[in-house]
Design a protein around this ligand. Structure first.
Ligand code: COA
Length: 174
């Protein structure tokens, strides 16, 4: 039986005042070395996922100022490979907060160090849950989307959560 782990328990009941997205956003730069790459000279998928998980967790921890765990990787698109010698620019931002959980969006661009040319290579959404001193889920502050882009992402993340819940209920009934 599917547990009601994703059941809404009061959106916006997060602890304390809200925090703008910009206060927790992350940008990391990773130099792509031969040990990161496969025989084709492009980065291993698992390495890319580890970078995304790290950047996402930092954004979630900055937002919550609590330890967090990765609860799920909700979506992941590998759009183009990243090559040895390129820089991987990894950005993460909190899209949406429910009560103890946060959806974080992560994007990776590959940058040519000589020309500065960039292309989007990877995109994903991950859900992190904040923990208290006993290791139990604990409420986090609401997130405040300020720009039109942040507002759009907030609304999309809220709807993704609803769809995920509905699908789980339907599968449970089937
Ligand atoms: C994630 C975890 C803390 C949730 O614990 P739980 O006892 O099921 O917690 P609850 O049912 O009270 O749910 C707490 C929150 O987690 C969310 N959640 C739980 N399981 C989830 C899942 N599989 N995907 C997305 N969100 C999930 C719930 O929606 C809830 O969010 P809300 O408070 O914002 O509404 C627990 O399942 C866990 O520790 N998982 C292992 C994490 C891990 O080891 N990650 C890899 C290394 S960091």
């Amino acid at each position: 039986m599917v547990r009601d782990e994703l059941e809404p328990k009061g959106e916006g009941e997060g602890k304390g005042k809200g925090k703008p997205v910009r206060e927790s956003s992350v940008e990391m730069v990773q130099v792509v070395r031969p040990q990161d790459a496969n025989a084709l000279g492009t980065v291993f998928g698992g390495t890319v996922v580890a970078w995304m998980d790290t950047a996402g967790a930092i954004a979630a921890m900055r937002h919550a100022r609590r330890p967090v765990v990765t609860a799920s990787i909700d979506h992941l698109s590998f759009l183009s490979p990243i090559h040895i010698g390129e820089w991987a620019i990894i950005r993460a931002a909190v899209h949406y907060v429910h009560r103890t959980s946060m959806e974080v969006g992560v994007w990776i661009e590959a940058e040519n160090p000589l020309t500065g040319e960039r292309r989007l290579t990877t995109h994903g959404y991950l859900t992190f849950v904040a923990l208290d001193e006993q290791g139990r889920p604990t409420p986090v502050p609401p997130v405040i989307p300020e720009t039109p882009e942040e507002k759009r992402r907030y609304e999309e993340a809220r709807r993704r959560r609803e769809v995920k819940l509905r699908l789980r209920r339907e599968l449970e009934r089937a």
